[in-house]
Design a protein around this ligand. Structure first.
Ligand code: NAG
Ligand code: NAG
Length: 456
């Protein structure tokens, strides 16, 4: 029975904790699941008992000689697994041969989601499962883990979205304690959508394209160890969710693919994004309104538009973003590095933000606050109200700027940026000196800052 009594649960947490401290697994093998274990024993474990079995399955391949002490602990973890219900999509008619498997996935989800013990929904490896738009809804009776070993590929027929919500391909909605991982691939097959984007073909009207994976209203969610590629538009979006862990995602799309953000966060609280490699045609990570306590660490980004807070305040809307840390990232050949972008005419705030330990490699705008962001076919008018940007720290930002202006603070006349701190910044131009630009910004510096903003 996996519906564990609290005391057993505690015991298991303790056991894993000590287990983890006896053996530094990450030194034994490069496998990503191991690094993940480090995390798990501390806090994820307390909220996500269900996928323990799955993690353990990966671990069986590790070559080491454990003592009895360890074996006992492994056995304990393994016993959890036997009580999980494994639901294989092939048992519900999925063929994995490139024909439509949508219904089979829907039926398998129903089964997994209504299981009275925790369930593993299994997508086998070495096959390609074709899906039309699909929704996996909660609440589920027990915890569900979706293990994607093979490839899930989107239908390339755009009419499959007719009469459906054109903004989603795979939608997870209202689920608690969901785990999605498995090392497989999600392929959005976006080419046909990109060709029909108004950004590529200016004669076409602007229409939405689907987000490959959307997590809407999920709590205690883990998404890890997946390759996500060629999305129709945004690759992975977290919306109105809480307590989210995202790690070891590789997200790729061509540099010229329009609006293909890597990870999008909106109205979401308590989200940690770690160890992700993202190269797409738009923002690597975009953090939008209503997001609070967002932490992104160990991110490799490029090509793309960089790591962005915003855009905020479009069409006069009120935006609230606070407590964002971007720590340890490499940005390679991106159009922006650490960016905050707001539209004119918005309201609200973006505050308590730290960008630290970033390395820029030929980034066009390594540090940028742009309060007159405008991404519309019509030019944007000068307006008085603005989303207030304050308490932003840039600490230990190094590397090269592809453009002359390495630091750009272009803030609003009526709502200036304030409490902007630059600490140990060293940005040089590629073959030229770097400069800075400031409009309506109050900033201070600590340590060495090159170039100094506004030659102050
Ligand atoms: C500024 O933001 C940091 C976190 O980014 C926070 O710890 C600090 O309290 C904020 N300062 C003020 C004055 O609000
Ligand atoms: C900060 O900006 C405000 C308004 O723009 C200005 O009145 C104030 O003197 C500035 N403070 C500092 C310390 O520069």
């Amino acid at each position: 029975m996996l519906a564990m009594a609290p005391h057993k649960f505690l015991l298991l947490s303790l056991v894993l904790f000590s287990f983890n401290h006896f053996f530094c697994f990450s030194k034994l093998d490069e496998d990503r699941t191991l690094g993940y274990l480090d995390d798990i024993s501390s806090d994820v474990m307390s909220t996500h008992p269900s996928y323990y079995g799955a993690v353990h399955a990966e671990r069986e391949t590790i070559k080491y000689r454990p003592n009895r002490f360890v074996l006992e602990r492994v056995a304990r973890v393994a016993s959890l697994r036997s009580s999980q219900e494994v639901v294989n999509v092939e048992g519900y008619g999925a063929k994995g041969d490139g024909t439509d498997d949508t219904e089979a996935f829907e039926e398998a989800w129903k089964k997994a989601c209504s299981s009275s013990t925790s369930a593993v929904l299994m997508v086998p490896e070495n096959k390609r499962y074709l899906l039309k738009p699909v929704t996996f809804s909660g609440p589920c009776k027990s915890d569900v883990s979706l293990m994607i070993k093979g490839t899930i590929e989107a239908s390339s027929d755009r009419s499959d979205w007719n009469g459906k919500n054109g903004r989603h391909w795979i939608l997870f909605s209202g689920i608690e304690n969901l785990y999605v991982g498995g090392g497989g691939t999600i392929n959005g097959n976006g080419k046909i959508w990109w060709q029909n984007s108004c950004k590529i073909d200016k004669s076409l009207p602007c229409k939405n394209a689907p987000t490959a994976m959307t997590f809407y209203s999920c709590d205690k969610l883990t998404v890890e160890n997946l390759n996500i590629k060629d999305s129709q538009q945004i690759h992975v979006s977290f919306e109105r969710s809480t307590n989210v862990k995202v790690s070891s995602l590789t997200i790729t799309a061509p540099e010229k693919s329009p609006n293909t953000d890597g990870i999008h966060v909106t109205m979401t609280k308590n989200i940690a994004i770690t160890n992700c490699v993202i190269g797409t045609g738009d923002d690597c990570i975009s953090i939008e309104s209503g997001s609070q306590n967002v932490k992104a660490t160990n991110i490799v980004c490029g090509p793309g538009h960089g790591i962005s807070i915003g855009s905020l305040g479009d069409r006069g809307s009120e935006a609230q973003v606070s407590n964002v840390i971007v720590d340890t990232a490499q940005l390679k050949g991106t159009t922006n590095g650490a960016r905050i972008k707001t539209w004119q005419g918005g309201r609200g705030y973006a505050k308590d933000i730290i960008f630290q330990n970033l390395v820029m490699h030929g980034v066009q705008n390594p540090i940028i606050i742009d309060q007159s962001y405008c991404d519309s076919q019509e030019p944007c008018k000068q307006q008085d109200s603005a989303v207030e940007v304050s308490n932003v720290t840039y600490n230990n930002i190094k590397g090269t700027s592809a453009s002359k202006v390495a630091i750009k603070f272009d803030c609003s006349t009526t709502v200036p940026c304030h409490d902007i701190v630059l600490q140990d910044v060293d940005l040089v131009g590629e073959g030229h000196a770097a400069t800075s630009l400031c409009n309506h910004v109050n900033w201070t510096k600590e340590g060495n800052v090159i170039p100094l903003p506004c030659a102050k």
